[in-house]
Design a protein around this ligand. Structure first.
Ligand SMILES: NC(=O)c1ccc[n+]([C@@H]2O[C@H](COP(=O)([O-])OP(=O)(O)OC[C@H]3O[C@@H](n4cnc5c(N)ncnc54)[C@H](O)[C@@H]3O)[C@@H](O)[C@H]2O)c1
Length: 320
């Protein structure tokens, strides 16, 4: 049994990982300022501290075995219009966290990085050796934190793993996606299915893909959680391992809409709009390194399974 601090554990991914840690018999403390998370998202059995990562020093002591760091601002559009918020929260906040870890002698870190660190890919599937050229401030701040972690591992022996998620989806029992504003495709299609938005917009159907719509790599949040537990075991002092996490095969926007139709049995009004600037045709991860270095294989790769779990959570959340 180990003791972990989970920053952002009231949010979507952090709550699912916290639940997995507890199920594995670990002790969990969640540190979250509830800026985008929910108190009820913190799994029963976890200690909850309402506070900011900027104040990690007041929570962390030598009794902790490691930190899983999910807390961040993560709206791509907002990061472009309010960049200072992103540098302050994501980079300055992570710097405070890393300093507090060193002061407390806590030497293991798993960090939520992102596919957005790569920007427009030169080749797909995207490997960790690909050029990193983020096209928005969100991706740039996450890449900066990855660099911070690398230097901390080299200088001070931190054992660290950055997991670069592609599109996280699905739900794990009572823990699911509740972003506001929502920007992720599957919950947006659900909103159209529930009549909460008039239609789902498809941004471009003339991409060089089989059905003309963009292809993205969707990974079940429970598969993602399992990778975090494996990362805690794989982390080695003085090393910063960076691994992509994706299904390795993408699904197009139209395939996602068709899947939601199959799973929900509802009609989905669709409106085709023009392409959005900076939307690459295909973003798919190579998960080969995660397989080799962590021994990780996604166990729930079916799109219909991912959508079905997310739909169940959404119906419960909507009280239907
Ligand atoms: N959801 C995805 O598809 C996806 C993809 C790639 C990377 N990520 C990364 O994974 C992590 C989790 O994403 P999510 O979708 O669960 O987001 P989320 O917004 O649901 O969760 C983030 C949590 O962090 C908390 N938080 C934010 N700033 C904080 C601060 N300064 N101090 C304390 N708590 C703070 C929020 O209240 C929230 O509970 C983020 O770092 C995100 O960048 C997510």
């Amino acid at each position: 049994m180990s003791k972990y601090l989970v920053t952002g554990g009231a949010g979507y991914v952090g709550s699912v990982v916290a639940a997995h840690l507890l199920e594995a018999g670990h002790q969990v403390t969640v540190l979250d300022d509830l800026s985008t998370g929910f108190r009820e998202g913190v799994p029963a059995g976890a200690e909850f501290v309402e506070g900011r990562i900027q104040e990690t020093g007041s929570v962390l002591d030598g009794s902790f075995d490691g930190v899983l760091h999910f807390a961040a601002s993560s709206q791509v559009g907002e990061s472009v219009t309010d960049p200072e918020k992103y540098w302050r929260n994501n980079v300055a906040g992570s710097l405070e966290l890393v300093s507090a870890m060193r002061a407390a002698g806590v030497r293991k870190l798993v960090f939520s990085s992102t596919a957005a660190t790569y920007g427009e890919p030169e080749a797909v599937p995207i490997a960790e050796t690909a050029r990193t050229a983020p096209t928005n401030t969100y991706g740039a701040t996450k890449l900066a934190v990855d660099h911070l972690i690398t230097s901390e591992a080299v200088a001070h022996g931190l054992a660290a793993v950055s997991l670069r998620y592609f599109n996280v989806a699905g739900a794990y029992g009572a823990y699911g996606e509740r972003h506001d504003p929502e920007s992720h495709l599957i919950p947006l299609v659900f909103q159209a299915a529930l009549g909460q938005r008039p239609h789902i917009a498809v941004y471009g159907d003339d991409y060089p893909t089989p059905d003309g719509t963009c292809i993205r790599d969707y990974i079940h949040v429970a598969d993602l959680a399992e990778a975090h537990l494996l990362a805690l075991d794989a982390a080695k002092p003085g090393e910063h391992l960076i691994c992509n996490l994706g299904n390795g095969s993408g699904f197009s926007v139209r395939e996602v809409i068709e899947s939601v139709k199959r799973v929900t049995g509802r009609e989905i009004p669709v409106q085709v709009a023009g392409r959005r600037a900076g939307d690459p045709a295909v973003l798919v991860a190579s998960a080969a390194r995660a397989h080799e270095a962590l021994g990780w294989t996604p166990r729930r790769p079916s799109l219909d399974d991912i959508v079905a779990d997310a739909w169940k959570f959404t119906l419960e959340k909507n009280g239907r």
